[in-house]
Ligand binder design. Structure first.
Ligand SMILES: Nc1ncnc2c1ncn2[C@@H]1O[C@H](COP(=O)(O)OP(=O)(O)OP(=O)(O)O)[C@@H](O)[C@H]1O
Length: 275
């Protein structure tokens, strides 16, 4: 899917260090509205810290250089709570429990941002909450509204988290390893939910943080491959899979083929040059 307007996220010359230790080096990339971009790399390559910088949630000991603009606002030095409403970023975490209050019903948690951020009245917020849960492929969304997070499965909870992120109506959604804690069938449901949620006409751009090339291939339009905190390759995901230019990318593809080829886009993988 092509970007529908100017970038909702523009990262320029981003470097992150922890004192003497340089962790992320001079990253530059952009995400357009409605575009799904993966930041893909092995464990420890700097993906989560990059996501933290975009979200305004960096640990206190990490220093930042460079520029991050969300919906046109420069936010690199603004922690999340100080950002203007139009530059807020919604987030889906790996562990769905950490994003939800276990004692409050899914319906109440969903309706809160629909009322506060979208200005909907009680009745319209309830209708929209049901629509969002249905769009996530959740069975019996009316019933889901009444349930509390511990009363539903992990995959259902993660899809409720995606609905909650979409209810915030931000221009950018960051999902950091949202399928890693789930089994293969549930992963596919969550990836479908993310796809559905980012396909509406006014959908947010998605930055999908993952080490799982198979998951990225099912969801994303464009890939940014990161190794040791630096971009080694970036471009249209199908093109990267078909003709990887960097040895590291070839290794990621080979590892994905060896581990989970059945989950990935078969056409992309059959075309992948994995010398
Ligand atoms: N607050 C911190 N202070 C110092 N070093 C840190 C800090 N947070 C992370 N690091 C280090 O920075 C590097 C990148 O970490 P990061 O969490 O961004 O990697 P990642 O690619 O997201 O890995 P994973 O997929 O395992 O989460 C790692 O070596 C990590 O140990």
């Amino acid at each position: 899917m092509k970007s529908r307007s100017g970038p909702v996220l523009s990262v320029r010359g981003l470097s992150l260090d922890a004192g003497q230790r340089q962790i992320v080096h001079d990253l530059s990339f952009a995400v357009g509205r409605g575009e799904r971009v993966c930041l893909l790399g092995e464990s420890g390559s700097g993906k989560s810290l990059t996501a933290g910088a975009v979200l305004g949630l960096l640990p206190a000991n990490i220093n930042l250089k460079g520029s991050i603009a969300v919906a046109g606002h420069e936010v690199s030095r603004l922690p999340a709570p100080l950002r203007p409403a139009s530059a807020r970023v919604a987030m889906v975490f790996q562990h769905s429990y950490s994003a939800l209050n276990p004692l409050v019903s899914i319906g109440s948690q969903l309706q809160e941002p629909l009322r506060r951020r979208q200005g909907l009245g009680a009745m319209d917020a309830r209708i929209r909450a049901v629509e969002l849960l249905a769009a996530m492929g959740l069975p019996n969304p009316e019933d889901m509204l009444r349930r509390c997070p511990p009363e539903i499965s992990g995959g259902q909870r993660q899809r409720a988290c995606i609905a909650l992120a979409l209810a915030c109506k931000t221009s950018l959604l960051v999902a950091d390893e949202p399928t890693t804690a789930l089994d293969v069938v549930t992963q596919a449901q969550v990836l479908r939910a993310l796809k559905a949620g980012t396909e509406e006409p006014d959908a947010p751009g998605l930055l999908f943080i993952t080490h799982d090339l198979g998951a990225a291939a099912q969801l994303c339009d464009r890939a940014i491959i990161i190794k040791d905190g630096a971009i080694v390759e970036a471009g249209d995901l199908a093109a990267v899979l078909a003709a990887p230019r960097h040895d590291y990318t070839r290794r990621l593809i080979a590892a994905a083929q060896a581990g989970s080829i059945d989950r990935a886009s078969p056409s992309a993988y059959s075309a992948a040059g994995t010398a």
